[in-house]
Design a protein around this ligand. Sequence first.
Ligand code: SF4
Length: 278
Amino acid sequence: MPDAAVPLPHPVTGQLFPSPVPPGTGWPGDPACPSTTVATTAEEVAALAAAARDVADVDAHVSVCRACPRLVAWRESVATTGRRASFANQPYWGRPGPGFGDAAPRVLVVGLAPAANGTNRTGRLFTGDRSGDWIYAALHRAGYANQPESVAAGDGLELIGLRIVSAVRCAPPANRPTPEERRTCGQWLDRELALVAPGLRSMLALGAIGWEAALASARRLGWDVPRPRPRFGHGAEVLLRAADGHRVRLLGSYHVSQQNTFTGRLTEEMLDEVVARL
Ligand code: SF4
């Protein structure tokens, strides 16, 4: 395994980067700059999220956030000493995965959390792993993406009228964030949802945690959410009313994880059917 301090070439641009990637050094799509303020506690996340003027501002602060010590340690250990052998000659982003896509979307996709060797390597949600192959191919078939593949930041992928975020923005060990980590990171989601709400028509929650995060965030923002809390299921649908009174449809899909796609629990047809209802 090469020393992580030794810069390695980005797979698209060839520019050399150490792992983790310092903010504002030229990584494709890096929303931060070297002076972007870093949140180190849940309280600082709350303050920076509240002050964010737009989603670009949220993205910048998310991408340098260090508020969850366990997740910071994990994402950086994967990026330095824990890199997968097949990616050993690539730099690892090693930072949180900010939202990706349209800044004023009609549709918001809410996933679970970055993958250790996917987003945590590439710096873009659902990029560089099998789950990304599934979701972006489906979004391309439905006209929300300009290409079906998502290989690396800088590969030309653009989303049309749609934005992807995750309930937790750092890769968690065993894909399991703690309740406290979900609460802390949910503050970024709250702000992002509030900022995109005026033009939002629907949301797609991938998996039960995305579903819970979307509903919890909507409720914290004062949206009208049915009680008792609607249950997650593939194809589940619930109508929410945003704070300004307009309706937003929330749809649920099984997560595009390999656990579901390899076993046939989620098929392309099942995913396409839900995406068509957005
Ligand atoms: S999980 Fe969210 S709140 Fe916690 S460090 Fe990562 S970006 Fe920050």
